[in-house]
Design a binder for this molecule. Structure first.
Ligand SMILES: Cc1cc2nc3c(=O)[nH]c(=O)nc-3n(C[C@H](O)[C@H](O)[C@H](O)COP(=O)(O)O)c2cc1C
Length: 371
């Protein structure tokens, strides 16, 4: 890389550039450097969240390890207590070196104790970013907060900062996820870690929605008992519907068996429900219908986020439309509130084999007009 191809931004004093803060916010891991009084350095990878505290941008880092002794014996904690100056590097690697980027943050770190000002805000920011923290008992632990931030950043020439002030996460990775996601209908029996399911549902929650009302809720079905109840109830309805279609009894039974098997084998089922409670109500049917259509469109966007998040974690999903044909049956089988309207069942797990993909329309068929 030649120096002519890079840009360097330096901000002095207590200024952290907004685009550097956006870069930091959109990344998930950094390397925290501390030093002891002798100047002996130490670097550890950390997850972090940046947020505003007392009108000042700050960065919070949880202390989530369980050291055998006192957590204050952790080197980074000892170092911070002895010497608050720290540096945190957040970087992005691409094979295309014109797209490389990093931000170096310097600041003053301290421990905030449970009950101290900023402790609750730090945990909230960390939990919003990392669902894994939701279930950890961080309330009883001190956290690290870095204040008086200044940033210095470096980005490859391929990124035009005037046009693109906040660097977006990797385009290539996104393309790989979007194209790689596939519908899987047969799974291995091994279970899916809870954190992966939580992260996927959190990703669903980031989908666009009408008026930002988030008209969706998710029900996770994992126990054998609930899975049986759901499979039995849906099979009954489907049996009646297939008979109504005049299907031969042997075909009816074979299709039911296949569907039941699918529900039984997937380690986790997620029922995506439409939730219209927060939506606007209109006096006329047309606008009311449009409002509900928007909510359904939005539910589809949420499910796609969920599937992409799962796929990124190595887990696949199979979208089943069955609940749409018997929402009350699903509500009754799972004991759901009337406000939850089951629209889709997503069976998730580790793929037993790679499915055959359906070909996609070429771009010139997708775009029907552009002038
Ligand atoms: C709204 C919707 C409902 C679907 N319902 C079912 C279903 O009931 N059973 C099924 O096997 N696949 C279902 N699918 C998955 C599609 O068959 C699948 O997405 C399509 O064949 C393309 O394959 P791919 O997802 O691997 O790209 C559904 C997909 C969507 C978007």
């Amino acid at each position: 890389m030649r120096t002519g191809e890079v840009e360097v931004h330096a901000s002095r004093g207590k200024n952290a550039r907004p685009d550097d803060l956006a870069f930091i916010r959109d990344r998930r891991v950094g390397r925290l450097a501390t030093a002891d009084t002798q100047g002996q350095p130490s670097v550890v990878p950390v997850v972090y969240a940046n947020f505003t505290l007392d009108d000042e941008p700050v960065i919070a880092i949880a202390i989530d390890e369980k050291p055998k002794g006192n957590l204050r014996a952790l080197r980074r904690v000892r170092n911070i207590v002895e010497r608050p100056e720290v540096a945190l590097v957040i970087d992005e690697y691409h094979e295309d070196w014109d797209a490389l980027a990093w931000v170096l943050v310097r600041g003053s770190a301290s421990l905030i104790e449970p009950g101290d000002a900023g402790h609750a805000e730090a945990l909230a920011a960390l939990r919003q970013k990392y669902p894994q923290y939701v279930r950890m008992r961080l309330e009883e632990r001190p956290a690290i907060v870095i204040r008086h931030l200044s940033t210095r950043s470096w980005r490859g020439a391929g990124l035009d900062h005037d046009e693109q002030p906040a660097l977006r996460p990797g385009r290539e990775e996104l393309a790989a996820l979007v194209r790689g996601r596939r519908s899987v209908r047969a799974f291995e029996t091994r279970s899916v870690p809870r954190a992966i399911v939580e992260e996927a549902i959190a990703a669903a929650g980031w989908a666009p929605s009408p008026h930002g009302r988030q008209p969706w809720r998710f029900v996770v079905v994992e126990s054998q008992e609930r899975r049986d109840a759901l499979a039995d109830a849906m099979a009954e309805t489907w049996r009646a519907q297939l008979r109504l279609d005049g299907q031969h009894e042997s075909i009816v039974e074979a299709r039911l068996e296949k569907s039941r098997d699918r529900l039984q084998r997937a380690p986790v089922l997620i029922v995506a429900c439409l939730y219209l409670e927060g939506l606007d109500a209109y006096p006329d049917a047309d606008r009311q219908h449009a409002e509900e259509t928007m909510a359904i469109q939005s539910l589809g966007a949420a499910v796609q986020n969920l599937l992409l998040s799962l796929y990124a974690a190595g887990v696949d999903g199979g979208w089943m439309c069955a609940p749409l044909f018997c929402p009350e049956v699903v509500q009754a089988a799972l004991g759901l509130d009337q406000t939850l309207d089951p629209h889709a069942l997503i069976a998730i797990g580790y793929a037993a084999s790679d499915p055959v993909r359906r070909p996609r329309l070429p771009l010139n068929e997708l775009i029907v007009d552009w002038q």
